[in-house]
Design a protein around this ligand. Structure first.
Ligand code: SF4
Length: 706
């Protein structure tokens, strides 16, 4: 038995979409230690460096927003105010803006780090009360191309595989993912699987020779943005060598012949010319994939953060459909979710392009169903603005009030000059934030103090569709409140001003009420977990969706039936398109961005843990030694990097894991750490036409001594 004053609370790590279970030990109301939870199926007790350092990030010494703040005009400094007063101001400004300019003059920009319950309340506030579909999240920068790839080919936003498949695969194709850094616990699981089964083949497609690529049996160092050509060429080889499963294609898919004809043009030699990968390596990759008893693909931002992100996802999924490598142990296309609850946010419909329960706001029937589930007459029809479009609408004066929660767009969105100009143009900016000092706080008119991990409770869904309980281990500091509570408090006040009969829509007593209402919206849908509640999650532990007959479904589509009108999966006749911004004599370097092992997003939390900041203490740009000579840059010297949008100054490092002509910048540091507006001063806001996800993985830049 634990000594008096010592408690251990089972929860979930708040970083990546692996969703590792943690045990948070508290002593005297403070977090003393965090360790992995052996009972959690996602990690079986393992944690990576970020999870292990969680206790060190729970600090109160000036690191937190402890009270509400307000400034009446931009010329005034922020001053602390009572939380009740701040909630009144938020409701007043929302009501005034809607009355003067209509509901689409307000927007909500949320985060994949919110809990499902947070999303659910914000979503209802935006659509059922404020009357706008202008609600989107930073998940738009993360998984939206994976979503549109799944929906176009398989018919639903649902990763079909599960973590156990990492143990069972014969060939693993990792595309556009440095999972050794971004999903370290899953990477360790893969390492252990290959140690047990030395015949397993690992192929990594990545422009850089990352730690993940160094682990591979075959590294395909493709040029940024050329994945579709690579996957089509693999399909071409498998077709030519008789490695396709024509029985599966015939019984369970449609559209194959058009794609097959297109793939005829992508010979390995043609793909070599586009991708820069030797033809014989493409042939080898295709043979390992096509001859595998079970082939698994793992992929993330390298495919998603692209102007052809949806097509890249589809082209990879085609390889599985054409070989029947889906719906069976060890097989399937498996997107690794970047954020801890991007999945749960989509389930709750907290994005412009979704409604609760994976419904579609463009569908009149889905709007009607959602309205009925929420108990309102109707929902707005006007399409909502997705992330980048929302900031454009703010910059153009169409959205006048923006409410930002749990994200830091003044650092994380591409083309910072444009984003910051938009924030300056906004009439009123509410920033709901836990951590003091984020770049976005500088643009706030009203700050609402938010609770964060491990002070709030709810649920998250990880990459394998598994829902886990997040539990508060300590009380929030100061006036901080859980995000859904702040949204609820403003919603009740707004209802009193605009529509008193709608106050009952927000009469939640606690998180379990929110979850119960949300779970009901999934009934009869592809993700159905209407039978799940907090009591079941407590008694039986984390569960996968769909959840039927008292258990979750590990793998989807085992019966070869897909949630499309015909019941068949779809091959899409997609073609390779180059990146949006070609290199030129003025901007001759291809810049890619990515994560480091020990940091997370804009470092609001990880910068608080000394163990994490020690790994890499400051930002740098890495380049091939040949390029450093070409641009007269010495190792460690300051370089000025410029794109068509902005410039930064930071130290340069030689790195021969990059190919000549390429540069790499970690995504984590903002303008507090480098001259200029941080890494996203450079990046390109051009977006995929379907997913609206921006091409953060490629910009054309120049380099010179600073
Ligand atoms: Fe947390 Fe992801 Fe590391 Fe697991 S792998 S401990 S979820 S950061």
């Amino acid at each position: 038995e634990a000594p008096a004053g010592v408690r251990e609370v089972a929860s979930v790590c708040c970083y990546c979409g692996t969703g590792c279970g943690v045990l948070v030990e508290t002593r005297g109301g403070a977090v003393a230690r965090v360790r992995g939870d052996e009972r959690h199926p996602a990690n079986r007790g393992r944690l990576c460096s970020k999870g292990l350092a969680l206790a060190d990030t729970v600090r109160r010494d000036g690191a937190r927003v402890l009270s509400a703040q307000w400034r009446e005009t931009r010329a005034q400094p922020m001053r602390g105010i009572a939380l009740d007063r701040a909630l009144d101001i938020a409701a007043d400004r929302l009501a005034e803006t809607i009355a003067r300019h209509g509901p689409d003059a307000v927007g909500f920009y949320l985060s994949g780090q919110l809990l499902t319950e947070d999303y659910a309340v914000f979503n209802k506030l935006a659509r059922a009360l404020a009357g706008t579909n202008n609600i989107d999240t930073n998940s738009r920068l993360c998984m939206s191309s994976a979503v549109s790839g799944y929906k176009r080919t398989l018919g639903a936003d649902a990763p079909p595989a599960c973590y156990e498949d990492l143990d069972l695969a014969d060939t693993v194709l990792i595309a556009g993912s440095n999972m050794a850094y971004a999903h370290p616990v899953l990477f360790r699981r893969l390492e252990a699987a290959r140690a047990r089964r030395p015949g397993m083949k690992v192929i990594v497609a990545d422009p850089r020779r990352t730690d993940t690529a160094a682990f591979a049996d075959l590294h395909l160092p493709l040029a940024p943005g050329t994945d579709v050509a690579l996957f089509h060429a693999m399909l071409h080889v498998m077709d030519a060598e008789g490695l396709l499963d024509h029985g599966y294609i015939q019984c369970h898919t449609e559209g194959f012949e058009a794609l097959r004809a297109r793939a005829q043009r992508y010979t390995p030699q043609a793909a070599q010319a586009i991708c820069g990968v030797p033809a014989e390596d493409i042939i080898q990759a295709a043979r390992w994939f096509g001859r595998a008893g079970a082939a698994l693909s793992l992929y993330t931002m390298g495919l998603n953060q692209s102007t052809s992100g949806t097509d890249k996802n589809a082209a990879l999924i085609h390889l599985h459909l054409a070989t029947g490598q889906i719906g069976k142990p060890g097989a399937g296309p498996f997107s690794l979710t970047g954020q801890p609850n991007a999945m749960g946010g989509r389930e709750a419909g907290g994005m412009a392009t979704l409604l609760p329960g994976h419904r579609d706001p463009d569908s009149a029937a889905d709007r009607e169903e959602s309205a009925a589930l929420w108990g309102v007459d109707s929902l707005p029809r006007t399409p909502g603005a997705t992330a980048l479009d929302m900031f454009d609408a703010v910059g153009e004066g169409r959205i006048k009030l923006l409410w930002i929660a749990a994200t830091n767009p003044a650092q994380s969105l591409p083309d910072q000059a444009r984003v910051r100009a938009a924030l300056e143009r906004a009439e009123f900016v509410i920033v709901q934030e836990a951590f003091a000092g984020t770049e976005t706080l500088a643009y706030a008119d009203l700050v609402l103090p938010a609770a964060t991990w491990p002070e709030k409770s709810g649920t998250v869904t990880n990459s394998e569709r598994r829902i886990s309980r997040v539990r508060a281990a300590i009380d929030p500091p100061g006036d901080a409140q859980p995000d859904w509570r702040l949204a609820q408090a403003v919603a009740l006040r707004l209802a009193a001003r605009m529509a008193p009969d709608k106050a009952t829509l927000f009469a939640y007593r606690d998180e379990s009420d929110v979850f119960a209402e949300h779970a009901r919206t999934t009934a009869g849908r592809d993700l159905d977990y209407s039978a799940l509640d907090y009591a079941t999650l407590h008694a039986s532990g984390p569960q996968q969706w769909p959840y039927r007959d008292g258990q979750g479904v590990a793998r989807l589509y085992a019966d070869g039936v897909f949630p499309t009108p015909s019941g068949r999966a779809r091959f899409c006749d997609v073609d390779y398109r180059p990146v949006a911004e070609a290199v030129s004599p003025e901007f001759p370097l291809r810049l890619t961005t990515g994560r480091l092992r020990d940091h997370w997003h804009t470092m609001a939390r990880t910068s608080l843990a000394r163990a994490l900041t020690q790994h890499v203490e400051e930002p740098w740009v890495s380049m091939h030694p040949d390029d450093m000579r070409r641009f007269k840059l010495d190792p460690g010297a300051l370089a000025r990097l410029a794109s068509r949008r902005g410039s930064v100054v930071l130290p340069v490092q030689a790195d021969d894991s990059l190919r000549p002509g390429h540069a790499f910048l970690p995504m984590h540091w903002g303008s507090a750490y480098m001259a200029g507006q941080g890494v996203n001063a450079l990046t390109n806001p051009a977006a995929d036409p379907i997913s609206r996800q921006p091409e953060l993985k490629h910009s054309a830049v120049s380099a010179e001594p600073a």
